[in-house]
Design a protein around this ligand. Structure first.
Ligand code: ADP
Length: 212
């Protein structure tokens, strides 16, 4: 159950000042007791609050705490990144297609021989390259990939919400998680990936576990 703003305020007050009577909560929110009654009933039924006659409302610590919308804003890319699948940029389109099937991913990252991020290869990039092209074994992915500096990346310390925004704004399925290579700050090492599936999983996790 997603709490309304007022219900969140009530829970907060009870957490801080409980046990507290309905009358006192109403006073703090500058509302009447009658206005609050449905919210208090909902919160008590959901188990977020407990009510005891003559004592008042108190916070049920045993029950999972209510989901705070701010929590989602603080999730970090580093804690959710997945394993990146990389190929050498000299690899053939044929090998990239095989790799994509073997690893069951939708996007591959191409790297230079020094390990720096060079390109992104999506499913449609490979389909496009395959149309009317018979020599996929001899066509390097470097010819068909989206190249640096046009790659949208994300850093491990960035917020997950920022990654989600980049995916939607740029209409892409995945973001390489990168950090600068010490040897050459113009080169990025790929240390992970964030995909639309990553974001969908987090959404489900929150919906199934954290809402009261
Ligand atoms: P698909 O092409 O399979 O629909 P995407 O929507 O992810 O998959 O890719 C669309 C295009 O954007 C492709 O040409 C791909 O190379 C490019 N692309 C994918 N991810 C990125 C990224 N992180 N940065 C820049 N370009 C990307």
């Amino acid at each position: 159950m997603k709490l309304t703003k007022r219900q969140e305020e009530i829970v907060q007050i009870v957490k801080e000042d409980g046990p507290i009577t309905g009358e006192q909560i109403a006073e703090k929110l500058k509302l009447t007791r009658a206005t609050l009654r449905p919210d208090l009933a909902i919160l008590t039924m959901a188990g977020s609050l407990e009510a005891r006659p003559r004592v008042g409302y108190f916070f049920n610590k045993d029950k999972e705490r209510p989901f705070q919308p701010t929590e989602i804003l603080n999730l970090k890319v580093n804690d959710y990144k997945g394993h990146p699948i990389v190929v050498q940029k000299s690899s053939s389109v044929y090998d990239a297609i095989v790799q994509m099937f073997l690893e069951d991913v939708g996007t591959l990252y191409a790297v230079t021989s020094e390990g720096g991020l060079a390109g992104v290869i999506s499913r449609k990039d490979l389909l496009r390259a395959s149309i009317g092209n018979k020599n996929l074994e001899y066509l390097p992915v470097s010819v068909i990939m989206t190249r640096m500096p046009n790659i949208i990346t994300v850093k491990p310390e960035e917020k997950l919400i920022q990654a989600a925004r980049k995916l939607i704004t740029n209409k892409i399925d995945s973001l390489p998680v990168v950090r600068e290579l010490n040897s050459n700050p113009d080169l990025y090492e790929v240390i992970g990936r964030i995909t639309k599936t990553t974001i969908t999983k987090v959404f489900l996790e929150i919906a199934e576990q954290k809402f009261v």
